[in-house]
Design a protein around this ligand. Structure first.
Ligand code: SF4
Ligand code: SF4
Length: 369
């Protein structure tokens, strides 16, 4: 396993981390939690010492499964995470007792006295972050001073500039963000800033929500010059960034762990610009894809543009028009007719980071039989 230094701490963490949101669904449903725990135990054997969990993953069983495994290894040799925020606790009030009970439950389930990285979870935008800071940061600090959590971190779907603002506060040891071969242009300034500020950077969604491995032909360029599969190459793409500390791989099987471990064998770290330059050249053919960056949000007709453009991606990637409707229906559960409400105001196109012809694409989607 390849290890990296976590920010300006003395922690050495594995370049691949275990994402624990993919324990086998059947086993989870049947209550075979000991069997699920074989996954983190196998990951540990393979040198993966960063385990990322949270309440509600896997039907709210992920922390329990992870705790079963954690209790069977040398606790000091694993860095375990968990998360909390207002929306998952279904509370709008800054009642610290509610958060305290939630933290105690996480500790209990994880069978541990402390959590190494506790996340202010899923900060969607600066507004939500500010709200959490005001109401919750003090709670995090208290928990830290009591030794219940070791490091205060945040997870976010914010874009580069917003992330930079959060990083600059100096309030966090690290962050967890989505980053992959599809959206890296929009997240690079954030990860660079975090790195320069001595923060650890952990990456979720390195496979672009499955879009990358599901379209191996389109993303074949990632594998050039390697003996890796597209999924492994996508993990390596992320892990090779000097600025990124841990790349999370959500694993259901031991084979997937082996695959992820292989992805970082003999890893060479490079600055984000160098990685980007290389892949920009190779990936030119895919620059008409929606990256899901979300900059186009705020349509006056309430059209969820990123979802429609994601569905349109399927046509570009597969060459099959019928894939658009399938994606809208099966993945997003959204009516294609909504695309017909576009009044062509042009707001979204002016904001689109990829300069996509959104209006034309919506028209095309609406005209689909
Ligand atoms: S052009 Fe259409 S989709 Fe774009 S913001 Fe205007 S109404 Fe919404
Ligand atoms: S349509 Fe453009 S702005 Fe909107 S999510 Fe896709 S790439 Fe981003």
């Amino acid at each position: 396993m390849y290890y990296k230094q976590y920010g300006n701490t003395d922690m050495k963490v594995s370049a691949i981390g275990l994402g624990t949101m993919r324990y086998d669904e059947e086993d989870i449903k049947a209550g075979r939690l000991e069997k699920c725990a074989e996954i983190p135990l196998y990951a540990f054997e393979k040198g993966i010492n960063y385990w990322d969990t949270a309440p509600f993953y896997c039907d709210d069983k992920s922390e329990i499964v992870t705790g079963i495994a954690l209790s069977q290894v040398d606790r000091k040799k694993v860095y375990v995470t968990s998360k909390t925020n207002f929306s998952t606790l279904e509370t709008e009030t800054p009642d610290r007792d509610v958060f305290r009970r939630r933290l105690e439950l996480s500790l209990d389930r994880l069978k541990t006295d402390y959590i190494d990285f506790y996340h202010m979870w899923c900060m969607l935008n600066l507004e939500s972050w500010e709200k959490h800071m005001e109401a919750l940061y003090g709670f995090f600090e208290e928990a830290k001073s009591e030794g219940l959590i070791r490091n205060i971190v945040f997870s976010s779907h914010m874009q580069g500039n917003d992330i930079e603002n959060v990083v600059e506060t100096g309030k966090f040891k690290g962050m967890l963000i989505g980053y992959n071969a599809l959206n890296y242009q929009f997240r690079q300034s954030g990860i660079r800033k975090a790195y320069e500020n001595g923060m650890g950077v952990v990456v979720m969604n390195p496979l672009g929500g499955g879009l990358i491995p599901q379209n191996p032909e389109a993303f074949f360029y990632l594998t050039e010059g390697t003996d890796l599969t597209v999924a492994q190459a996508a993990l390596r793409f992320v892990a090779s960034h000097r600025e990124i500390t841990v790349t999370l791989a959500g694993c259901t099987t031991k084979e997937q762990i082996d695959d992820a471990v292989k992805a970082v064998e003999g890893l060479v770290e490079e600055p984000a610009e160098t990685v980007a330059e290389r892949y920009n050249k190779k990936g030119k053919a895919l620059n008409n894809l929606c990256t899901g960056c979300g900059y186009c949000k705020g349509c006056p007709k309430g059209i969820e543009i990123p979802k429609f453009m994601d569905a349109y991606n399927q046509k570009i990637l597969t060459g099959k028009e019928e894939e658009i409707a399938k994606r809208l229906e099966n993945h997003w559960d959204i009516e294609k007719e909504i695309s017909g409400t576009c009044i062509a105001c042009g707001k979204c196109e002016r904001q689109c980071t990829q300069h996509l012809p959104i209006i034309e694409r919506l028209k095309e989607i609406h005209a689909l039989s």
